[in-house]
Ligand binder design. Structure first.
Ligand SMILES: Cc1cc2nc3c(=O)[nH]c(=O)nc-3n(C[C@H](O)[C@H](O)[C@H](O)COP(=O)(O)OP(=O)(O)OC[C@H]3O[C@@H](n4cnc5c(N)ncnc54)[C@H](O)[C@@H]3O)c2cc1C
Length: 422
């Protein structure tokens, strides 16, 4: 009979990924410690939250969550009254004329709130808040057998365990600790996004949800910008209370230098909105001018390559392993698969198998899948902003399904996509 080794896993980051890994380990009765940078207050009051389309990744959730939490997944929906099987895909419009171009295929999509998902996934877990990882080492620790992983936090405290998994998001410190700052660096692509939430007057809110109850996207052929709206929260049947996520993104080279202040950004957003057909023109006009528009560059980990996992002791999961541009809606879906796969690897390693072999296999799969999707998502982000390349974009050819390796293209496919899209 296999002997169980109680490998203790240090999880860095209590985002969706870290929480799901912790739930999976708890379900398997394996020890974990979960550390989060935010305080317990700021974790709930972050100024920036958004929604995510959950589609193929949902099949991995039940491997980690206990059944009673799986049964409550609809609590995390932006609008819990919408049955995912009733939504057939994402409609895309010509932003200049208002004509529908196509409907992007997706498997039972639902919009989940990032915040609600975190709050469901953290039920029953012990999270150590206010712990910012700064360094990691593998060393002998007094009173412990053999070498251990030691995580050091900004407040000087330490965590000791057998395995450390970085679930600390796109700008992961754990990734820097594993591969070095230079190799962990993100590539900024010539794409910029305003991503924010707002409410609309009741009539307009109903009109946009009449196009699709979940999400609507409009691409403007003249200046290659995308105006996306999706439902973020439905606190009451009154449409004026509905919260929407707005994403306006556009490609450029270089980034216009006149967007430094919130007033500049709002003026740019309003002037772009005015060139759109209805209802986007009115949606843009309805965004209060007092709204502060955060501006984010598109990023990916272009330098991703096999990392030295120190005999299976250090690994990555979720956005930390594959930060990607968001236009194909794949980051969360892949993160859920990562969490499920990692828990399975740690269960294998705990039953007399080699930790190094189990994590080697996990790493190889997550790197290959993540690299493929980072390239496809980047191609998608660049292609959809150009009218010439829109119809060759992954969205048109593939919809939102999980990418197969052969769909990722070779080597610099992402860069090639950007070149063609310019
Ligand atoms: C605009 C936008 C739209 C998107 N839409 C979709 C979509 O439709 N579908 C989809 O599948 N994906 C989508 N995504 C991607 C999705 O949001 C991410 O893939 C997902 O949230 C990743 O979760 P995570 O837990 O890996 O990272 P995060 O949610 O970033 O969590 C990381 C956690 O680690 C903590 N942390 C960071 N540094 C440290 C440190 N040094 N020490 C300790 N803790 C630390 C952070 O505070 C945070 O809580 C979208 C992303 C964006 C930006």
């Amino acid at each position: 009979m296999a002997t169980e080794k109680k490998l203790h896993t240090i999880i860095i980051g209590a985002g969706t990924t870290g929480l799901l890994v912790a739930q999976g380990l708890k379900k398997a009765n394996l020890p974990y410690s979960l550390y989060e940078y935010e305080t317990d207050t700021s974790y709930q009051t972050r100024p920036r939250e958004w929604g995510m389309t959950l589609h193929w990744g949902s099949e991995h959730v039940s491997n980690c969550l206990p059944p009673e939490l799986v049964a409550r997944l609809s609590e995390t929906y932006a609008d819990a009254s919408i049955d995912p099987t009733s939504v057939k895909g994402l409609p895309i419009y010509n932003g200049k004329t208002g004509e529908q171009i196509m409907v992007m295929a997706a498997a039972n999509p639902c919009r989940v709130s990032r915040k609600k998902l975190r709050n469901l996934f953290k039920e029953g877990l012990d999270v150590h808040y206010g712990k910012e990882l700064v360094s990691v080492s593998i060393e002998a620790v007094e009173g412990e057998e053999g070498e251990k992983v030691v995580a050091v936090f900004k407040d000087g405290s330490k965590a000791v365990g057998d395995v450390l998994v970085g679930c600390d998001g796109a700008r992961s410190t754990a990734r820097e600790c594993i591969v070095g700052k230079e190799a962990a660096g993100l590539t900024e692509v010539p794409l910029t996004m305003f991503n924010f939430t707002t409410k609309f007057p009741a009539e307009l809110a109903e009109k946009v949800r009449g196009l699709s109850p979940l999400f609507v996207s409009a691409i403007h052929p003249d200046h290659g910008s995308m105006f996306w709206t999706s439902i973020q929260d439905v606190p009451s049947p009154d449409p004026s209370t509905w919260l929407f996520q707005v994403l306006m993104s556009w490609t450029h080279d270089p980034l216009p230098s006149h967007l430094q202040t919130y007033a500049d950004r709002m003026a740019f957003f309003k002037s772009r909105s005015e060139t759109y057909a209805e209802p986007w023109r009115s949606l843009g006009a309805a965004v209060p001018t007092s709204t502060n528009l955060p501006m984010d560059p598109g990023t990916l980990w272009e330098k991703a390559s096999k990392w030295d996992n120190r005999d299976g002791r250090l690994t990555l999961c979720g956005d930390a392993a594959h930060p990607m541009t968001p236009h194909r809606g794949q980051g969360l879906n892949n993160a859920l698969q990562d969490a499920s796969n990692l828990v399975a690897a740690l269960i294998t390693a705990s039953t007399n198998s080699s930790l190094a072999a189990a994590i080697d296999a996990y790493d190889a799969e997550v790197l290959a899948r993540g690299t493929t999707e980072m390239q496809i998502s980047y191609k998608q982000s660049m292609f959809i902003h150009s009218w010439e390349t829109l119809m060759q974009s992954p969205m048109v050819k593939m919809g939102m399904h999980q990418a197969k390796k052969e769909e990722g293209g070779e080597g610099d496919a992402a860069t090639a996509g950007a070149e063609e899209a310019k």
